[in-house]
Design a protein around this ligand. Structure first.
Ligand code: F6P
Length: 496
């Protein structure tokens, strides 16, 4: 019998039954690591299931795949390259770590030069990038940048000009540093936004806008061709994937906006989680346990989505960040060797902010027909100085939702009854700081990798985003004749 058969053979047990039958449940499924508590006890991971999943991980060669990741082997097999985000944190093969350190030193030196006003009196940082070249820096600045008055940092991804107009509304063109973040330095949205910022600078009287531009890229030649001075290009390695790149020079807004020390703490926090992922035994390994949870609900219980709710305003961008990380990585339908996948891949990730979400979508979570495993995040320490009632109420609500999902409530009136037995995971941070956030994001990266390794897909390519881009280009260059009637009519309606 295969390990997967063992997993399927474990009888369904309710959460209440599991708590009653497993007195050691909290000891096994509540794990304190890197300044955070990870509580998987309100999931259906019974000791029998964990045992079966550990066997499944063995059977799928999970440990060898993890070793290959950290060794810098070409785990991104379709593109023939490594995935070396851990090397950015100092965890990888020596050559890659040393290359990453060199790039970081260059970033730091440029920040020092900017602080010494070598690029003029910079007060505002306008970062343009999209996807992995924006979501990570945006999350970091939103979560950690509230107290910092070093620079005004704005991050713009949307090609809709409203985004740029809003971002530069309070900026002085002469005191603005344009940061162009693009791994490939070819992305349409980013290049058009960058060109518009240059126009805005020129219109604002800046004589040499190119003197106020820096580039974050794995394609320095393209940045130079575009007109960025070589000394102001901060490269990173081609083997760092876009959605895994906030640790590289792509993290520049955080490094300059929060200070280099904070950026280093972020990297160290992530490195601590790297070590945990490499070394912790499977049944206590956080990313692996989380991957077991994801796979169990997606493949055994048929859950199509998973929901992430941040009970902390500072983490409000986390769900969007995770959507790219998890869905762009694991939204695949073929295995590493190109065979059709024998089950669903990644669950669809969605979510929001608590307590707001309680007054909007939680109705479905409590009484709807869908099974949605929920993840709650909260911080023991508040991010504000208001009366403690705010934070207490926030946390109490967070914990109450998990309890309510699990307990449910019987009633003779169907409309008022809650089925309960609905799973949730809680991640409780001691506080939100660079080290903990680094560890948290590395946890999510490795969880995503672990899911991919267990089901045999490559999480590091994203060919699925190409077709739409190609069609958009061909509409511009070749006209609309070859498209369907609906698309032609929409274009006709919009452009005449
Ligand atoms: O379109 C998807 C994507 O390639 C992402 O993977 C990437 O993060 C984003 O576009 C931006 O790409 P780049 O950094 O090359 O501009």
């Amino acid at each position: 019998m295969s390990a997967w058969d063992d997993i399927k053979a474990v009888p369904n047990t309710t959460l209440a039954e599991l708590f009653a039958a497993e007195p050691d449940r909290l000891d096994r499924l509540v794990i304190d690591e890197a300044g955070m508590r990870f509580d998987f006890s309100k999931t259906h991971l019974s000791s029998a299931l964990v045992e079966a999943f550990v066997k499944f991980a063995d059977e799928t060669g999970f440990a060898a795949q993890r070793k290959a990741l950290f060794a810098g082997e070409p785990v991104n097999n379709t593109e023939g390259r490594a995935a070396e985000h851990p090397a950015e944190r100092g965890e990888g093969n020596a050559e890659s770590v040393s290359r990453a350190k060199g790039f970081h030193a260059r970033t730091r030196a440029l920040i020092d030069a900017i602080e010494a006003e070598a690029l003029g009196p910079v007060r505002h940082v306008l970062h343009v990038g999209i996807g992995g070249s924006a979501l990570g820096p945006d999350l970091l600045m939103d979560a950690l940048g509230r107290e910092s008055d070093r620079y005004d940092v704005a991050i713009v991804s949307n090609i809709d000009g409203v985004a740029l107009e809003e971002a530069w509304a309070d900026f002085d063109p002469a005191a603005t540093l344009l940061v162009i973040a693009s791994k490939t330095f070819t992305t349409t949205e980013t290049m058009l936004n960058a060109a518009s910022v240059i126009n805005w600078m020129v219109e604002g009287g800046v004589a040499d806008p190119y003197g106020q531009i820096i580039a974050l890229t794995a394609a320095p030649d393209k940045a130079m061709e575009w007109g960025v001075d070589e000394t102001r290009i901060l490269p990173f390695s081609e083997s760092v994937g876009g959605r895994y790149s906030l640790w590289s020079s792509i993290g520049f807004p955080a490094a300059i906006g929060l200070g280099w020390e904070a950026f280093e703490q972020l990297l160290e926090g992530a490195a601590a989680m790297d070590r945990h992922f490499r070394l912790a035994e499977p049944a206590k390994n956080l990313p692996l346990l989380a991957a077991f949870v994801d796979l169990y609900y997606a493949r055994v219980r048929g859950a199509e989505t998973r929901a992430v709710f941040a009970y902390d305003e500072r983490l409000r961008l986390l769900p969007s960040y995770l959507q790219q990380l998890e869905m762009e990585s694991n939204g695949k339908s073929v295995t590493r060797d190109g065979q059709p996948l024998d089950g669903v891949s990644s669950p669809i990730t969605w979510g929001g902010v608590g307590t707001d979400a309680q007054h909007a979508v939680f109705q479905l979570l409590h009484q709807g027909t869908h099974l949605v495993p929920v993840e709650f995040l909260a911080s023991i320490e508040p991010g504000h100085a208001l009366d403690e009632a705010h934070h207490r109420t926030l946390l109490v609500n967070c914990f109450a939702q998990g309890a309510a999902l699990m307990a449910g409530k019987a009633s003779d009136d169907g409309a008022r009854s809650y089925p309960g037995d609905r799973p949730s995971t809680t991640i409780l941070l001691d506080r939100i700081d660079p080290a903990r956030l680094g560890a948290l994001l590395a946890f999510y990266e490795h969880r995503t990798f672990a899911v991919a390794a267990l089901i045999g897909i490559n999480p590091f390519d994203q060919f699925g985003v190409e077709l739409g881009k190609a069609i958009a280009k061909s509409i511009e260059t070749e006209g609309t004749d070859k498209f369907d009637a609906s698309t032609r009519a929409l274009i006709e309606k919009a452009f005449g």
